[in-house]
Write a protein that binds this ligand. Sequence first.
Ligand SMILES: Cc1ncc(COP(=O)(O)O)c(C=O)c1O
Length: 380
Amino acid sequence: MREISPSTTLKVLENAFKKRAEGKDISILAAGEPDFDTPDYIKEAAIRAIKEGKTKYTPVAGIPELRRAIVGWTEQRIGINYSPDAVLVSSGAKQSIFNVLFTLIEKGDEVIIITPYWVSYPEMVRLAGGSPVFVDSAEDFHLDIDAIGRSITGRTRAIILNSPNNPTGVVYTREEMEELAGLLREKEIYVISDEIYDCLVYEGKKNYSIAKVKGMRDKTFVVNGVSKSFAMTGWRIGWVLGPERIIKLAKSIQSHTTSCPSSISQYAALAALTKDDGSVERMRATFEKRRNRCIELLSEIPGISFPRPDGAFYLFLDVSRYTHSSFGFATELVDHDLAIIPGIAFGKEGYLRLSYASSLEEIEKGIRHLKEFIEGLREK
Ligand SMILES: Cc1ncc(COP(=O)(O)O)c(C=O)c1O
């Protein structure tokens, strides 16, 4: 346990919240969750479930109605028809990824992680007894297929992909998924495809799941959930779809850890996936507006660049012209009334992750603070 890193993110945030409590008008552009409330039709389904007494343990893999709904929803999104037995519903996508890693990995197995990465991947691999192998993404933050190829060894068991990406907002293309599949197809390497942000893509673009590429379905675990798309982070419902023989083993792990995800949340997730009052699209469209405004405002700051953010709700700002210690930079920024996550939390120095899961007013104020801070540095 001593080898597991504590969160760098929390250090910056603790400081920011302390200042806010002291009455300072500090902008916090750090959220990893939508700032919207869960839509009413979903809340009502949960209240109904409580009143109807759906408050007991459920089957380990989730209630059959929800698993069927996930199958239908996934087919609509990525065009693959899974059996309900290929679905394991868990207490958040985080648990889904953990279950899969715990099932696949034996001590000493290697798992390829693309840098910058979502903070939990390396620690989950270590907790499962494996070794993370970090591969830098290409300069535009897409996949560097040659570098991935070079990092494969006889111990490589899996690769974790995340598109749309946290922290960069980059959405991988169909072509790069096909190229990567070409590299992996003949090898016994699994793909864990974390598609948790796949409803949040902009300008009419679509995420392309590697599971769709010929020969990849039986090697891929598609991970998704309701947290980001439906503003349901606190309900804790995520899932994985993949090869049934391994899903069955992952289910066994879950049966001995959490038994099943919350029954009430499962009924809420069922409503989320099978009904629609337009709020999900409204949230997505609001994120798109904010993203556009961020791009506009950030382009006015000299010396800052960022990869094209086609999805999720983050921008990954290159501030390497000013600093190589993103933690130091973020700490100083808190003194200038902006809290933002240092790139080092995602394994990448010289960058900051700006989240636009905040009101436009907060975003505009925060970016103004960033601009003033950077102009001050240039004058020094
Ligand atoms: C890339 C990525 N994957 C997974 C998760 C976890 O989602 P959940 O709330 O379903 O556990 C997050 C949450 O921040 C995330 O950013």
